[in-house]
Design a protein around this ligand. Sequence first.
Ligand SMILES: Cc1cc2nc3c(=O)[nH]c(=O)nc-3n(C[C@H](O)[C@H](O)[C@H](O)COP(=O)(O)OP(=O)(O)OC[C@H]3O[C@@H](n4cnc5c(N)ncnc54)[C@H](O)[C@@H]3O)c2cc1C
Length: 386
Amino acid sequence: MEHNDLQPALTMLSEDEVLLRDSVAEFAEAQVRPLVREMDEHAKIPKELLVKLFELGVMGIEIPEQFGGGGASFFHGVLAVEAFSVVDPSVGALVDVQNTLVVNAILRWGSDDVKQRYLPRLAADTVGAYALSEAGSGSDAFALTTRAIPDGDGYVLNGRKLWITNGNEADIFLIFATINPEAGYRGVTAFVVERGFPGFTVGRKEDKLGIRASSTCELIIEDCRVSKAQILGEPGKGYKVAIETLNEGRIGIGAQMIGIAKGALGHAVKYTKERRQFGKAIAEFQLVQGQLARMATEVEAARLLVYNSARLRDAGKPFLTEAAMAKLYSSEVAERVTSLAVNLYGGYGYVKDYPVEKLWRDAKIGQIYEGTSNMQLVTIAKQLLG
Ligand SMILES: Cc1cc2nc3c(=O)[nH]c(=O)nc-3n(C[C@H](O)[C@H](O)[C@H](O)COP(=O)(O)OP(=O)(O)OC[C@H]3O[C@@H](n4cnc5c(N)ncnc54)[C@H](O)[C@@H]3O)c2cc1C
């Protein structure tokens, strides 16, 4: 076998992948790091930072260049979400939802008209949100009750959405509603709704445990009239839009989780080399070294799962089970690694003057959103058992 027949290792990056990862990492250190604590306390991402994210080109990574986007791959998006999440997982969440859910859904399912109207805005200056969940429908997402009733050449929407990431910043919302509740999942239809549409309001913002700067909002939809041109995909096929984008979105959450874990490990390595007890740096104790080594091994294993599912997706290969495994495992690793980082900081790990307690709080969401860990297990088991 010729050497050049060999596949590159998963963690070997192309030149432009390295360029994107490094530019995001540099930006995150310089522009995000100084704001992290304040953003957590005030539960807000400043407008100026949003503007800079658009300037950096990370809000439309996969949007084709003709629409003003980066024309890059899904894997590039994963690298960006990971690099942001090392510094601040809330910014990671913002960038993730924009790219892996909103842009992704419009690229795949949008009509030419929808693409022309929305992709340039999403690349340039407009945040998007993805609204599937409701108070009564989370894991059982297609039990949603938001109604879309046909009216002339369009629909009138009524209902409420809960837990919508980017709700505070977004101007474009993908809203899933049913055109026929009796038809179950076959009634679900995806609509593009703009913040300014009459009858659409962003409601209460949640006060959360972690990723506090990432907004999570209720949406109130009362007699909101939309034309047929706002449908994403086809009427009654919104379940496909939802399932297929979430299957991919999950890989983005995996990227957020490995970023968090990498961030916590970095802090722990630095701190244990500095902190002295019993006359030496605590990193000199073999028990501490073992903890650090285990953390590093778990981060690497999680990264391989995430990168592999992203590479499979870009190669057009099946990746459903791999993505579920990546999200399940990386979110568990993020929780364990951040928890160990808190332990290694001792009392200092428990207070907000140091960065690790926040990462521990931030990690928890990985086991809940875009399908809880139980739902990932269900997906994996289904594939195993046929
Ligand atoms: C910070 C945050 C951001 C979010 N962002 C968004 C967003 O942008 N857009 C959006 O649409 N949604 C969003 N969500 C919603 C999120 O996807 C749901 O919270 C999640 O899917 C779980 O749904 P639920 O909260 O209704 O929990 P439930 O579905 O009620 O689950 C409760 C528990 O029951 C378990 N369970 C449920 N069904 C089963 C089953 N069949 N087998 C085994 N166990 C089961 C679950 O695993 C879980 O442990 C967000 C949530 C949060 C907290």
